[in-house]
Design a protein around this ligand. Sequence first.
Ligand SMILES: [Zn+2]
Length: 83
Amino acid sequence: MATRTIPATTEVVCDVCGRVCAPQGTAPRRQEGTLSLRWHVLDYLNQPAAAGSRDLDMCDDCLSRITKALNAVAEEIRAERAE
Ligand SMILES: [Zn+2]
């Protein structure tokens, strides 16, 4: 009986689209990033009840699209407040 040792591989998977960002044996994608949301979930008395924080590891495509969406919403909110 022969024994083969298969080394472990590491894949970076985008939390948004599920795509493997850097499959084993390939060059890494141009950019990867993490969007970190830090906040507390409040109860009915407005007291912190739980951690609502979340980290999203993203590929460059999702990071770009979400950054554009965040900027667009922020601009929209600023425009509403300026009225
Ligand atoms: Zn993605």
